[in-house]
Design a protein around this ligand. Structure first.
Ligand code: ADP
Length: 331
């Protein structure tokens, strides 16, 4: 469906996108994940036809899109701020792409109702958009994007402006909606949890280059480099003696541990002293000083855990990955 071959986009001296090749099958959702400034928006804009390629090609259903203007590509774009028409009702916002395509009145109304149902806002048609919450506005923006019946939906940080709990819920909803509608989509985000929730495939982008691409679960479990591991939420990196004493065996390279790899349990094999304890909604995030190892991130259940307390940590190997030695990601 979508094929990017050796795509490069330069702005003067800056190489924003550096020789990126990616492909995406019909009905799949690809997340381009990376820190701010890594070039992911530029890549998305290049696919949309909003940036000129310095080199390489973007093909859609076998056709090279060079010279094809944005509005002729059959793609829909959705941004962080939904860019709704403030003076128009919710229904008129969603109906806009249908009008452009010449869909007649009654059919248009039915389609708007269907889309409102799909995004979880039945009965909202007559509301003015400024009276909606941020999350509701993004749902309307999504409905409007889907109304265009796009071959490809391009999402640029669609949930970034929302607060965290809403972002999590909406990410789950967005995943369901994209699957239900069979929409092919590219999502750009700096949030690894969001990428994991929403996408089938993940391309990790650092400094203009795609450094790893694959099924989301594979990238999650087997990060290709230390920089990728660091960016997708592995917090503790151990090598040599330190790795051996925590894992109970020597490792080749570096062991990368997610926070949940080490959990406070009475009979844990690793002992240390709590340096920092931060209670979150359903756990306690700990930094624990382990003699001969250094500081490791760990998870506790007891909100009463205190700095200075001695704890024992048990290891969950499913949250450990081996990565080659290398530099962590620059953030
Ligand atoms: P991201 O979306 O990952 O935050 P961007 O694609 O926005 O990154 O930017 C990548 C790099 O390209 C940055 O260094 C940014 O400053 C630069 N850049 C983006 N757009 C322009 C532009 N129109 N002119 C000059 N430099 C740009």
């Amino acid at each position: 469906m979508l094929e990017l071959d050796d795509v490069t986009v330069r702005f003067g001296e800056t190489v924003a996108v550096d020789d990126v090749s990616l492909s995406l099958d019909e009905g799949q959702v690809l997340a381009v994940l990376g820190p701010s400034g890594c070039g992911k928006s530029t890549l998305l804009r290049a696919v949309a036809g909003l940036e000129v390629l310095t080199a390489g090609s973007v093909r859609w259903r076998g056709r090279d899109l060079r010279g094809v203007p944005t509005h002729k590509r059959g793609f829909a774009l959705m941004f962080q701020d939904g860019q709704l028409f403030a003076h128009a009702s919710v229904a008129d916002n969603i109906a806009y792409p249908l009008r452009l395509r010449g869909v007649a009145g009654a059919a248009r109304g039915r389609r708007v109702d269907e889309l409102l149902e799909l995004v979880g806002l039945p009965g909202y048609g007559d509301r003015r958009t400024p009276t909606l919450s941020g999350g509701e506005q993004q749902r309307v923006a999504l409905a409007r994007s889907l109304a265009a019946d796009p071959g490809l939906l391009l999402l640029d940080e669609p949930l970034s402006a929302l607060d965290r709990s809403l972002r999590e819920r909406l990410a789950g909803d967005l995943r369901e909606i994209l699957v239900e509608t069979g929409t092919t989509a590219v999502l750009v985000t700096h949030d690894h949890d969001e990428a994991f929730t929403i996408a089938d495939r993940m391309a990790v982008m650092l400094a203009g280059r795609v450094v790893q691409e694959g099924a989301t679960a594979d990238v999650w479990r087997v990060p290709a480099t230390r920089a990728v591991a660091d960016f997708i939420g592995y917090e503790t990196f151990l090598e040599g003696e330190a790795a051996r004493s925590v894992l109970g065996e020597s490792v080749d390279g570096v062991a990368a541990l997610r926070r949940r790899a080490l959990r406070v349990v009475v009979d844990g094999s690793v002992s240390g002293v709590v340096q920092r304890a931060v209670a979150v909604s359903d756990a306690v995030h700990l930094e624990v000083e382990v003699p001969g190892v250094g500081t490791v991130s760990a998870l506790g259940d007891d909100p009463g855990l205190e700095v200075g307390q001695e704890v024992r940590l048990g290891l969950d190997r499913s949250a450990v990955a081996m990565v080659p030695d290398g530099e962590p990601a620059a953030r």
